[in-house]
Write a protein that binds this ligand. Structure first.
Ligand code: 5RP
Length: 218
């Protein structure tokens, strides 16, 4: 197996091919995306700008000389590039390890194409080994946690962490996610949930996996 850092880098560089000249792109959050931003910096003049999924990514984009634009002023984006905590063979994802899941979901929804970049450790048969992040309105945290227990999960409050939207995150352990779109809908229908880190109803259009044998595409 290729080291996770080299796998991430290979996938990040491969994603550059999806970036068309003179477009605005969406950029996700995390260590794999940071490598993508590094690679993109050298080609920044090709871009009109980027819509960011987190304050951390906005800072990195600005430092790389890439203009950060407001999604409300850009319209539909051509492509969104982001990492994931898990992917299955159907390109359905668990995301939100970095806590940016809601904005990531918004930018993914507003993009024509979602390209996910991962190292091979992220490919799983069944989603759910990685605890599923759920962003909640702070006053609803305990209520939502009880509903998640009723769904068979063990939610753990990510203490000392507040999202860019001022909310809390519950990491739900112990789920074996056999039907990702159904669970995503079920969790997102609980009052007080802002978003679940399941990207199944809007899955990735391509997953680029950095492996020892090169970059594989799902
Ligand atoms: C952040 C995310 C990231 O995409 C996910 O956590 C993967 O991160 P990394 O590239 O550092 O492994 O969803 O909210």
């Amino acid at each position: 197996m290729l080291g996770s850092e080299s796998g991430k880098k290979a996938a990040a560089i491969a994603a550059l091919e999806f970036v068309e000249d003179d477009t605005v792109i969406g950029v996700g959050t995390g260590s794999t995306v940071n490598l993508f931003i590094e690679a993109l910096a050298a080609q920044r003049r090709r871009l009109r700008g980027a819509v960011s999924s987190s304050n951390a990514t906005s800072k990195r984009l600005a430092a790389a000389g890439i203009e950060v634009l407001d999604l409300n002023s850009t319209g539909t984006l051509e492509v969104y590039v982001d990492g994931a905590d898990e992917t299955d063979a159907h390109r359905r994802l668990v995301k939100g390890g970095g806590g940016a899941l809601t904005r990531e979901k918004i930018v993914a929804a507003a993009s024509r194409k979602f390209v996910c970049i991962v190292d091979e450790s992220k490919l799983v048969d069944v989603l759910g080994k990685f605890p599923l992040p759920v962003e909640v309105i702070p006053m609803a945290r305990s209520y939502v946690a009880r509903q998640l227990v009723a769904l068979g999960g063990q939610p753990v409050w990510r203490e000392q962490f507040v999202t860019d939207n001022g909310n809390h995150v519950l990491d739900v352990h112990g789920l074996r996610i056999i039907d990702p779109p159904a669970l995503e809908a079920q969790i997102e229908s609980i009052v007080g949930v802002v978003a679940a880190g399941l990207f199944a109803r809007r899955s990735a259009d391509a997953v680029l996996i950095g492996t020892a044998a090169g970059v594989k595409r799902l």
